[in-house]
Design a protein around this ligand. Structure first.
Ligand code: IPE
Ligand code: IPE
Ligand code: MG
Length: 249
């Protein structure tokens, strides 16, 4: 029965803060960059797992707009890892029917990285099994600001009036406009915060925090997150009675 229940309640969109790479390496007296390399393996596992589970959209926080404040060598390692991971994995992801998209401000990236991002996006653009959004140089505040700027331009050009601006129009200008909002948010690594991830889009996501460090995030823990999600009652402002009456009918 519990299996039936969980297949019925698979989230359409899962968003993950993949946290804990540095601490995982430091615990082993290894450089933080080693943790990031191991983190890529966990990322591959997670993509395969959630695709198999039937999740249609997966958004992974890979590099926040605040992560530029890290030591220069760590930032360089991460940038190099993005390039090499895309080079190594795009074909396999393509064969698995995965559409790769980057969200965030790519103007700060090297030309080499931007070219690779564009190539991976183009190659996988028509895939439909799962849309993989990689948030890189992404910040939730940046996203809302750039959406506000686009709306302001439309007002300036007299395409819309200021009073036409509503939640729907603002959502339509955000990075994930063509994906449903995340149903399930996962953060590994023990911290209980959003760290400027999808601030607008997480309005009604179920939040799931676990202590496991990202390189150790296993299929068992991923399934646990899905099971927890399936056991929650999402009320969207209604009463529990209203919601259970609807789902019983
Ligand atoms: C998350 O792991 C990966 C990135 C931010 C790029 P961290 O590097 O934040 O790992 P901890 O939190 O220091 O352990
Ligand atoms: C959030 O993790 C960003 C990513 C996982 C890419 P951080 O480790 O940078 O978050 P804070 O700074 O501890 O909140
Ligand atoms: Mg961290």
């Amino acid at each position: 029965m519990s299996e039936q229940r969980s297949t019925r309640n698979i989230p359409q969109h899962v968003a993950i803060i993949m946290d804990g790479n540095g601490r995982w390496a430091q615990k082993r007296l290894m450089p933080r960059s080693y943790g990031h390399k191991k983190g890529v393996e966990a990322t591959r596992r997670a993509i395969a797992f959630f695709a198999r589970a039937g999740v249609g959209h997966l958004t992974l926080f890979a590099f926040s707009s605040e992560n530029w404040n890290r030591p220069q060598d760590e930032v360089s390692t991460l940038m190099a890892l993005f390039i090499s991971s895309l080079q190594k994995n795009t074909d396999e992801l393509h064969q698995a029917g995965i559409r790769i998209r980057f969200i965030g401000d790519r103007s700060a990236f090297s030309e080499k990285l931007v070219t690779q991002i564009e190539a991976s996006e183009l190659q996988t653009a028509d895939n439909q099994k799962l849309t993989l959004n990689i948030a890189a140089n992404y910040g939730g505040q940046w996203d809302i600001v750039q959406a506000a700027q686009k709306l302001a331009q439309q007002v300036e050009q007299q395409i819309i009036r200021a009073t036409d601006i509503d939640a729907g129009r603002l959502s339509a200008e955000l990075s994930l406009a063509d994906s449903p909002d995340p149903d399930l948010f996962i953060r590994t690594g023990g911290e209980k915060r959003i760290s400027n991830f999808l601030l607008w889009q997480l309005a009604y996501a179920e939040l799931y925090f676990c202590d496991v460090l990202w390189p150790e995030f296993s299929e068992i823990e991923m399934q646990q997150a899905l099971d927890t999600f399936a056991s929650r009652q999402r009320r969207f402002g209604k009463t529990g009675e209203q919601v259970s009456r609807r789902s019983a009918s």
